[in-house]
Design a protein around this ligand. Structure first.
Ligand code: BTN
Length: 255
């Protein structure tokens, strides 16, 4: 596909100004990391878009089904001032805001970085970091389900996943969706607004009871808030705890 359609009328000042579009990749994150390690010079805000991914990577070692043209699969390179845990909110906040404002969809961010519509996931973010020439680089990989019908999802995620098409019955143009979304993403990044405050606006978990499985044990806890470092503060049976990591933690989406 022509890279120009992803550049024409792009309203950002940094993000996506250098963009590569690949018909097929294993994973846009992996490709960007390989290129950086091969000393290919990529400016801040570089974007790799994969139209299909044969080995899309999800969080916590999961795979991300994307060997199809049904979504927006891309990675952005950030030289970030944020800590990784807080940075991981940024794409989800931007996408929730974009979907609410442009499509009137009740999208919300589930800690730390899934975007849900109702109880179903429409997007996820995988951030990988590398150190290069004394700089910390974040490769922010984002997947957004756009064109799926229910039957297009693999059976293990059918009940838990949704797409823009399922929510709106509209078929958007991939490049238009991308250009508008990445503008929201950059605006929030440059605004220096507190991502923790925005998480409170675009999340729905605070003051809710959630069911979670942590290290194999089931809990019902109340979410009190998040910390400035982006960790979850919960009340677990009268005791306040801070949950720092999503790994080994499975949070029920119904809350
Ligand atoms: C999650 O498990 O929720 C994270 C999913 C991240 C998927 C995106 S698609 C583009 C980029 N390349 C990958 O291999 N993964 C991310």
């Amino acid at each position: 596909m022509e890279v120009n359609i992803f550049l024409d009328n792009l309203k950002t000042s940094i993000y996506g100004k250098y963009t590569k579009v690949f018909d097929i990749l294993e994973s846009s994150n992996t490709k960007m990391i390989t290129d950086l390690n091969d000393n290919i010079n990529l400016p801040e805000g570089s974007v790799y878009i994969a139209l299909k991914q044969t080995a899309g990577k999800g969080s916590y070692g999961n795979s991300w089904y994307s060997n199809n043209n049904l979504g927006l699969w891309f990675s952005v390179l950030l030289y970030s001032p944020y800590k990784k845990d807080v940075l991981s909110f940024l794409p989800g906040i931007a996408l929730s805001k974009y979907l609410r404002e442009k499509y009137n969809i009740d999208a919300h961010i589930k800690w730390p970085n899934d975007v849900l519509v109702g109880y179903k996931k429409i997007s996820g973010t995988l951030i990988q970091s590398i150190q290069k020439d004394n700089k910390f680089l974040s490769i922010v990989g984002i997947g957004v389900n756009l064109f799926h019908k229910v039957e297009d999802f693999e059976s293990d995620i059918k009940d838990k996943a949704t797409s823009l098409y399922i929510e709106t019955n509209k078929k958007v143009m991939l490049e238009d969706f991308y250009k508008e979304f990445i503008k929201y993403f950059e605006d929030i990044y440059l605004s220096k607004d507190s991502l923790v405050d925005l998480f409170r606006v675009y999340g729905k978990m605070i003051n809710k009871d959630i069911k979670a499985v942590k290290d194999g044990k089931s809990f019902k806890v109340t979410v009190l808030d998040i910390t400035e470092d982006g960790y979850l503060i919960v009340n677990n049976d009268g005791i306040e705890e801070i949950w720092t990591s999503r790994s080994s933690l499975d949070i029920d989406t119904v809350y």
